[in-house]
Design a protein around this ligand. Structure first.
Ligand code: B12
Length: 297
């Protein structure tokens, strides 16, 4: 993927006339800069955001990245899982630039970012987890991979088109003691791209502080993540007696998610929803924006 494209190159890429590209640029549908000679130049970032905003399928942009015919065929059919082994390797090498490049490549074939994360990023992490369990990946390599992914995710966020603000806000946070924060980072990225104001608190937030934060920000949604729950009673007490009451007072919906949350805690947590899949956030987003729009009319 080149860093910048001329008007003609972009027109070829999107299979439109050069005049169409110029019109889009002059109407500010797609960002460009003008060279000293007056020629338009389009950065790969602005092209990606444009493709993402308009949910365009531009296989030629990603296919040029790979020589292998099987990879090309999968990508043009929208199957980004073909990139999982490459992304896993890049992460284990600590190569965050390569991880970002693969996410960008994936975005071109799969513009829905929740699906992109579910089909490309998470399987690589699950695989790394399996290798760690087997003892074939050491903790240092696992940490390096996590850092590479987190750094790539941060930068990837600016490759994504952000919708205008929708007036809704969310607090996303790991439960006390929890350090697995990639799921909530992806949730925060998705909600931000959909126009939410997101307060991403990250790892290991003490329950009292989280409750205080919810009471002070009065968000519409509280999303808590807990993959590992060792102290069950403390967890149930914290959610039911501190976080849910704070959220209720703020008028917020609460969702708790994690590997075993629905299977272990169904019927025991007073949250509005329990989940083991971040795709549930898409449905919540759609319902809540619909309700907010209806309340305005
Ligand atoms: C990277 C990693 C780490 C990193 C975390 C760094 C970071 N900043 O996130 C480090 C090295 C710190 C770590 C530490 C540990 N880890 Co770890 N880790 C992983 C690994 C490889 C990837 C985690 C990940 O990001 N996965 C991708 C994300 C998206 O998955 P996820 O968080 O599970 O989220 C999914 C669902 O749970 C759900 N979800 C999660 N949160 C939410 C929230 C909402 C609102 C919703 C809707 C959904 C949702 O949606 C996602 C799927 O769509 C996993 C392997 C795996 N199978 O995932 C092991 C894994 C989770 N870790 C594990 C273990 C045991 C540990 C340690 C206890 C190891 C140790 N002995 O020290 C510690 C515990 C730390 C702690 N107390 O939090 C086990 C957990 C087994 C279990 N359930 O009991 C796993 C599964 C590895 C394994 N195969 O055994 N880990």
């Amino acid at each position: 993927m080149k860093n910048s494209y001329s008007t003609r190159e972009l027109a070829d890429l999107l299979s439109v006339n050069e005049s169409t590209v110029k019109r889009w640029a002059d109407s500010r549908f797609i960002e460009c800069v003008k060279t000293k000679g007056g020629h338009r130049k389009f950065s790969i970032k602005s092209i990606l955001r444009f493709i993402h905003e308009n949910q365009m399928n531009v296989p030629s942009l990603s296919l040029a990245e790979f020589d292998r015919k099987d990879v090309q065929a999968h990508l043009s059919a929208g199957f980004v899982d073909v990139l999982v082994p490459t992304l896993k390797e890049a992460a284990l090498q600590g190569d965050s630039n390569e991880v970002q490049r693969l996410l960008r490549t994936g975005l071109i074939s799969q513009p829905d970012i929740i699906l992109l994360y579910t089909q490309l990023l998470f399987p690589a992490l699950v695989d790394i987890g399996r290798d760690w369990e087997k003892g074939t990946v050491r903790v240092d390599a696992e940490h390096l991979a996590t850092q590479a992914i987190k750094s790539a995710l941060l930068r990837f966020q600016s490759d994504i088109h952000l919708k205008e603000t929708n007036g809704l806000s969310a607090v996303v946070s790991c439960f006390e003691g929890e350090t697995h924060d990639i799921a909530i980072t992806c949730i925060a990225g998705y909600l931000t791209s959909q126009g939410w104001r997101v307060y991403h608190l990250g790892q290991d937030i003490p329950t009292d502080d989280l409750s205080f934060f919810i009471r002070s920000k009065k968000p519409n949604l509280v999303a808590i993540s807990a993959d590992i729950v060792d102290a069950e009673r403390k967890f149930v007490f914290g959610i039911n007696n501190k976080i849910v009451p704070a959220a209720k007072k703020a008028g917020a919906m609460t969702i708790a998610g994690g590997l075993q949350i629905p299977s272990r805690f169904s019927g025991r947590l007073k949250c509005d929803m329990l989940s083991d899949n971040i795709s549930d956030i898409m449905a919540i987003h759609h319902n809540m924006t619909k309700e907010a729009a209806e309340a305005q009319t």
